[in-house]
Design a protein around this ligand. Sequence first.
Ligand code: 5GP
Ligand code: ZN
Length: 113
Amino acid sequence: MDCIFCKIVAGEIPADILYQDEGVVAFRDINPLAPIHLQIIPGKHIPSLAHLSEAESSLIGDMVNTANQLAKKEGISESGYRLVINCGKQGGQFVPHLHMHLLGGRQLSNALG
Ligand code: 5GP
Ligand code: ZN
């Protein structure tokens, strides 16, 4: 499959992988927008949040748990961080494999749109 995040999951292209289990993979963003910028993704190819079935929705909880654990590991649990899921073109999603951004390590702006 021609999906860059599937290739990272499969180890076909390199990434700084911080966590991987049967369901979830986390790695550093290649173009960080903050001192800590991670991607938390399902190992399975799901194109976007809009394609997530109800049966798969517990994956989001697993992704949030992974994000919380990594925030602790990265030392930003107390200072704060932001989790973002962009969905679709107008939602600002460029990579068509569901992913959650974890951003932190500096004061983030209040602008959401
Ligand atoms: P989106 O705009 O789709 O929500 O965010 C996609 C994110 O994936 C961007 O922050 C971008 O820097 C990151 N990204 C795109 N290609 C790669 C890659 O090959 N490796 C890594 N580590 N991150 C990537
Ligand atoms: Zn994929």
